[in-house]
Design a protein around this ligand. Structure first.
Ligand code: FES
Ligand code: FES
Length: 139
């Protein structure tokens, strides 16, 4: 019996709100579904190697549209208000917790490095001092 459970990949959360963008009819647009693009809300190819694919879409009239930034809208690429609902708020909380955890880990790593550098400096200073004290007596 197999008990493997597949979980859907979770997109990054570039923004917990929609992106207002002016779009024109007759053009193909590619909405970023993975959340990794540096050109939000559009795909820049950063999804490569993942299971995410951009969502191709067009519009019927030239006007301002609100494209989903939380990557959870069921009417993607258009914002449907999910970012304000329980699902969106939960995801935003998870994102903030992860960002805090990453920041703490970075701070801890830097603190360790600073300690190590301080200890190395002390050892080097002592070694130089001993050298200058001991060597003159052996000449
Ligand atoms: Fe996100 Fe292409 S960069 S789908
Ligand atoms: Fe994603 Fe509104 S920004 S549903």
């Amino acid at each position: 019996m197999s008990t493997t459970t597949e979980t859907a990949p979770v997109p990054d959360l570039p923004r917990a709100a929609p992106y207002p963008v002016d779009l024109e009819p007759g053009k193909d647009y590619y909405w970023c579904s993975c959340g990794k693009s540096q050109n939000q809300p559009f795909c820049d190819g950063s999804h490569k190697g993942s299971s995410f694919k951009p969502v191709k879409f067009t519009v019927d009239e030239a006007k301002k549209y609100f494209l989903c930034g939380c990557k959870l809208a069921e009417s993607a690429p258009f914002c449907d208000g999910t970012h304000r609902k329980e699902k969106g708020l939960k995801r935003y909380n998870e994102f903030l917790l992860k960002a805090n955890q990453d920041l703490k880990e970075k701070y801890d790593r830097e603190a360790k490095l600073r300690k190590l550098m301080t200890a190395s400096t002390v050892v080097a200073v002592v070694a130089i001092a001993v050298y200058h004290i001991v060597v003159p007596y052996h000449k």
